[in-house]
Design a protein around this ligand. Structure first.
Ligand SMILES: Cc1cc2nc3c(=O)[nH]c(=O)nc-3n(C[C@H](O)[C@H](O)[C@H](O)COP(=O)(O)OP(=O)(O)OC[C@H]3O[C@@H](n4cnc5c(N)ncnc54)[C@H](O)[C@@H]3O)c2cc1C
Length: 433
């Protein structure tokens, strides 16, 4: 793995308080070494530093270089696995407990943004999930399910309201989540990293870890330019892990998703979007987007095993015109791809491989809140001998299939696309909870 800089994206173009951190140089001893400077690693380091523990974080490229600094920025409770599927898998009580943890992490992020004065945008509260399907009963049933069983605050938006706010021929009614919002992903990641450094954590960039070996009761983490000897090592490498640890590598699939930044739309924005909230839809492979204050659109969507498809700008524009045909003719400023780490069960993988060797990965497409939850659980386990992380034991390191798993994942995404199109045509589906 050769270290590299941030890719060109809306986030890297508009980041505030950029900070260069030196590569690891020489030998360092510490209590915990975190590998990976995405949100999972940063949250682990910050959680430990807040508890007064010594921690060194090694990032192969730059802090927030991976999915964490390029994502859609949608912050909400929940997991990549929907609540109904979660309930079916572990039962209502455990599902509620897990969901509550994911919700606490949203509150923790909000608290940290305030406490550490992290400049990560001022998007208005609330996210609208527009329905591609004409099935109001199913949408209302989905709202009832989430509000009653998981303490949600979801509101129903009838089709008349959607027609006035998100002017797409694809949309019917919608669900409004007042507790969700959109933030500047890279500024949040960098701000949380600066907060950790302020509390004594040591962060190194351009420091890809090459190997981890046992040294007595401790672990030796080696890069090209140095080594860290630590009691604990926490793997937070997500879909970027390569072959650093065979067990972890085999249990996660790197899946691509994509974001487009348009040129300023000026008055044309009003022909499509007239509400200030970030929006998504209720398909299996959804779009997620937001109009920026300067009228550019940040438009996300797609899922595939391709890390960066050819003609990404054109493809994303076509995707956008499929939803808002009245915008045809607008141009792209840039588009980028990011890699998510998915476990087969679509839930986070949080636990220990052996004493002192921790993993914190598998946050899929719903990682803003859950990485913070995972980081906090591991920090509590290391600093306070707390066992709450074991709530994730049902979601283990299932074999994800390696290259064959990637092919299978691509087939699943194609089938989801077909099913989305079919549902939209016949009015099926309707609620994605
Ligand atoms: C385009 C896109 C849109 C998304 N939108 C949303 C959204 O709106 N809301 C939401 O909740 N989630 C979203 N997600 C998902 C979310 O971004 C991820 O789940 C989350 O950022 C994962 O964080 P992470 O720290 O696990 O992984 P990453 O951010 O990928 O970080 C892993 C880090 O590990 C480093 N690393 C790997 N190997 C090594 C090594 N050997 N040595 C040192 N470092 C190493 C990598 O360089 C990388 O920086 C989106 C993802 C993408 C790609």
């Amino acid at each position: 793995m050769r270290p590299s800089e941030h890719i060109d994206s809306y986030y890297s173009r508009t980041r505030t308080a950029p900070r260069d951190r030196p590569a690891l140089d020489g030998r360092v001893e510490t209590e915990t070494c975190v590998i990976g400077g995405g949100l999972a690693g940063i949250a682990t380091a910050l959680g430990l530093a807040e508890r007064g523990r010594r921690v060194v974080l090694l990032e192969a490229h730059r802090i927030g270089w991976g999915a964490s600094g390029r994502n859609g920025g949608f912050l909400s409770a929940g997991f990549a696995l929907g609540a109904r599927d979660l309930e079916a898998r572990v039962g209502l009580e455990s599902a509620q407990e897990l969901y509550r943890m994911s919700e606490d992490a949203v509150d923790l992020i909000r608290r940290r943004v305030e406490q550490y004065e992290i400049d990560c945008g001022d998007a208005p509260a609330g996210v609208v999930r527009n329905s591609w399907t004409d099935n109001p009963d199913a949408v209302k049933a989905g709202i009832g399910y989430m509000n009653q069983r998981f303490g949600g605050a979801l509101e129903y938006w009838p089709r008349e309201k959607v027609a006035e706010t998100y002017l797409s021929p694809r949309y019917h009614d919608a669900v409004f989540n007042p507790r969700a919002h959109q933030l500047h992903a890279l500024n949040y990641a960098n701000g949380a990293a600066i907060a950790a450094e302020g509390l004594g954590a040591i962060l190194h960039e351009q420091s890809p870890v090459k190997s981890i070996t046992k040294q007595g009761d401790r672990h030796r983490v080696v890069t090209d330019t140095g080594e860290v000897v630590a009691d604990n090592v926490v793997f937070c490498c997500s879909g970027e892990i390569g072959w650093l640890n065979q067990r972890l590598s085999w249990s996660i699939l790197p899946i691509g998703t994509y974001v487009l930044l348009t040129e300023p739309l000026d008055d044309r924005l009003q022909s499509a979007i007239r509400a200030p909230h970030a929006a998504a839809d209720n398909r299996r492979i959804e779009n997620y987007y937001r109009a920026l204050p300067d009228t550019r659109l940040l438009w996300g969507g797609g899922m595939s095993i391709s890390r960066r498809p050819a003609n990404l700008e054109e493809r994303m524009l076509e995707d956008l015109f499929g939803v808002y045909p009245q915008l045809r003719g607008i141009r792209a400023e840039t588009a980028w791809a990011g890699t998510m780490g998915y476990a087969r069960h679509r839930m986070p993988q949080i636990g220990q491989l052996s004493p002192g060797l921790w993993y914190n990965q598998g946050y899929g497409g719903h990682g803003l809140n859950t990485t913070t939850m995972g980081g906090e659980l591991i920090a509590r386990a290391i600093a306070e001998d707390d066992h709450a992380y074991q709530a994730f034991a049902p979601f283990g390191l299932d074999f994800a299939g390696g290259p064959a798993g990637l092919v299978a994942a691509q087939l699943v995404y194609w089938s989801w696309k077909l099913r989305d199109a079919w549902d939209a045509r016949r009015g099926g589906g309707g609620s994605r909870t």
